[in-house]
Design a protein around this ligand. Structure first.
Ligand SMILES: [Zn+2]
Length: 246
């Protein structure tokens, strides 16, 4: 009997060791399959724009010379923390936040699964925080601050915040939820989606049908992440992080 217990214990240790040695280490949180390590060690490599730019959406629309800078593929998951705008009527604030979350989720799975954190107090800060303001310099309606530097062959990438403008005429305690028309809400959604695109590493599109076009489309029905936006971000994440395109 005692022999069987020892045998069982031994078998458990062997099984645990085999599991530990062969477990899948990449794509923690079960997000992405094992990315190629070389894709994260691109600093110092140069790629030919003639080969990389065609068929990759608007990747090279702003400039044909640029350095690839994005989140590492083994990141697994992106956490976005989004609190309520506290200078707006509470019910209106909830509505605005709801459409902003819709805008963020339009990128879900490209390439990262996105987790939204709406808790007012959070012990863990997210990868990206959404800030609300009543105005920015030079009348911009949104702002994103990516912060990245080279770290050997790798890119150390982070985002300070996504900032979304709620115009002062909408941002009053007296604003009733009924005052929020579809046009305004679609603007909030589109601006958040646009800034989220920058947070993923995208630059501007040359087509007004893409969410990454520098200005808001006048037609609310066209303020959405397009197939071309998706093609561009998917392509960005197939390029070696840190590589120079020229
Ligand atoms: Zn922009």
């Amino acid at each position: 009997m005692r022999f069987l217990i020892w045998l069982g214990l031994f078998a458990s240790i062997v099984a645990a060791t085999v599991w530990y040695a062969t477990r899948d280490e990449c794509g923690r949180s079960g997000a992405l399959s094992c990315p190629d390590v070389a894709l994260e060690e691109g600093v110092g490599t140069t790629l030919d724009a003639h080969e990389e730019c065609p068929g990759s959406g608007y990747l090279c629309a702003e400039s044909r010379r640029f350095q690839v800078a994005r989140w590492p593929l083994d990141k697994g998951r992106l956490k976005v923390r989004i609190t309520l705008p506290d200078f707006v009527n509470k019910i209106a604030a909830e509505k605005i936040r709801r459409v902003a979350i819709e805008g963020i989720r339009e990128w879900d799975g490209h390439p990262f699964p996105i987790t939204i954190d709406t808790s007012e107090i959070s012990l863990r800060s997210g990868d990206i925080g959404v800030l609300w303001t009543q105005g920015l310099f030079n009348s911009a309606i949104g702002l994103e601050r990516a912060d990245w530097k080279e770290d050997g062959k790798r890119i150390d990438y982070s985002v300070n915040a996504i900032t979304i403008v709620i115009p002062p005429e909408m941002a009053t305690e007296n604003l009733m939820p009924g005052d929020l028309d579809g046009d305004f809400l679609s603007q909030m959604k589109a601006v958040t989606a646009h800034e989220m695109g920058h947070a993923l590493g995208l630059r501007h599109s040359d087509s007004p049908y893409d969410i990454m076009y520098p200005t808001l489309n006048p037609n609310p029905a066209l303020r959405t992440v397009s197939n071309r936006d998706i093609l561009t971000v998917d392509t960005l994440y197939t390029l070696p992080n840190g590589a120079q395109i020229e």
